[in-house]
Design a protein around this ligand. Sequence first.
Ligand SMILES: Cc1cc2nc3c(=O)[nH]c(=O)nc-3n(C[C@H](O)[C@H](O)[C@H](O)COP(=O)(O)OP(=O)(O)OC[C@H]3O[C@@H](n4cnc5c(N)ncnc54)[C@H](O)[C@@H]3O)c2cc1C
Length: 498
Amino acid sequence: MKRIIIIGGGVAGLGAAFKIRRAADAGVPVEFLLVEKDPRLGGKLLTEFVDDPRSGERFIVDGGSDSFLTEKPAVHRVAKLLGILDQETGTCDENKKTFIVRGGELVELPDGIMMFAPTKIAPMATTKLYSWPAKLRMALDIVIPKRKPPAGERLDESLESFVVRRMGRECLDRLAEPLVGGVNGSDAATMSLAATYPMLLEMEQKHGSLIRGFLAQRKKVEAMKRKYPPKPGQPRRTFFTSFRKGLQTLTDAMADAAGADRIRTGVAATRVAFADSTWTVNLDDGESLTADAVIIAAEPWAAQRLVETVDARTADLIGQIPCSSSATIAMAFRESDFPADTRWHGILSPMVERQPLTGVSLMSSKWPDRAPGGYVMLRGFVGGARDQQILERGDDELVEIARAQLGRLLGVRPDAEPVFSRVYRWERGMPQYTIGHLDRVEEIESRVGGIEGLAVAGSGYRGVGVPNCLESGEQAVTKVLDDLGLPFEEHVEDKRVY
Ligand SMILES: Cc1cc2nc3c(=O)[nH]c(=O)nc-3n(C[C@H](O)[C@H](O)[C@H](O)COP(=O)(O)OP(=O)(O)OC[C@H]3O[C@@H](n4cnc5c(N)ncnc54)[C@H](O)[C@@H]3O)c2cc1C
């Protein structure tokens, strides 16, 4: 029986554990032990059930990730294996409105905007989101020649350089920065498009213009919708998906299916080493574990330390992946204290507005059944590459900061007491894919590929999204099983399972 130690109990580590369990169930002689530093499993997936002490009614609060991109199949596939596919839920799209803060006021995102590119003339002409010179500058995208890929070099550019070059500074400041940079907690000046949104670079090369590229994409989507209208009774497919009882449903179900007896929480790996054909993992409780293989599914800064004793160059490369910190401030109000319209999903606050909250998500309108009737529940976001200092404030202060901004933006009364408030801190929780990220990851993969019995997984490498991380954990299992001479072929339905 071969033994694999998994370090890290986020979606990547648990995805690895569940896959090893499937391999074992299929007769592969392998077992695992997962160690997680925190007392709880799930990593950046954290769902809390909060009761209103007065009414006893229950709120479902996602403190970290709240959803995943529906078009990415990994979570649906694993949910089907776990028997929880029917617990998936889409967003309430009848409320799907997004606002952008401009001059302290809310401006609705104009119809036809795809990412940050306009594809409809009338809403663009009338919106107050951009000045007239900015609108004309954005239209120049249609005639600005494409940038030729540098000979022999990877086609890459920062978000800032790309958007300013094609559509002008105001497009970056008012929409691309909060939508693309802010949401990823990234700095637009250093964020690598090749590693995060390669389709933007490809679109420029293929169509010579983002507007033309997004127009072509819109036509394709509309044609698909006409060709495959939703069948009666079939749930609508929305852009984002979650689970009815919160996103942690996924990691909880993977942990249960993998086997709770093989998982240890509240204990951190402190050192990984390989000698005499055996891997050793030291734990902070003094214990020393041995195994045939190790999967490190921890954040890059944690993985760096663990890999140091195995391969210094790999550790150095992983250490070059910076991570930004952020916090999510969740709170609920009685509807009567919340005078604003509640038919919207989100507010984005551009950096140029210099507001503490980078965004607000109205959870009670975005998802079904997250808050009891008569209540409004939202989450505000602070931090990211834009403002790390705000995270030095205490929880109470952050709640007050959020209340003050909600008062200014939405008219929430200053004396309106939240039914509850919670602050979830994500210290160095979001890896930043800066220029050169893909070169670093290729070198990491090539070096780790040459070390038998070692794999790395998680948000540091090829996508921070939940489905990407889940897949990376599964790929890590494939790698170490191959190293151990135990290939495991799993039948995967190639047709859509959702
Ligand atoms: C606030 C926030 C909102 C997000 N929203 C979304 C979203 O809506 N949709 C989306 O797709 N993605 C979102 N993301 C990104 C996504 O949630 C994460 O990238 C993903 O969950 C990371 O999974 P992971 O398993 O790679 O890492 P993690 O979840 O970070 O898990 C790593 C685990 O390793 C453990 N660990 C670290 N060191 C050690 C050690 N030495 N020994 C043992 N254990 C260790 C950590 O405690 C942690 O639990 C969000 C991220 C954040 C922070």
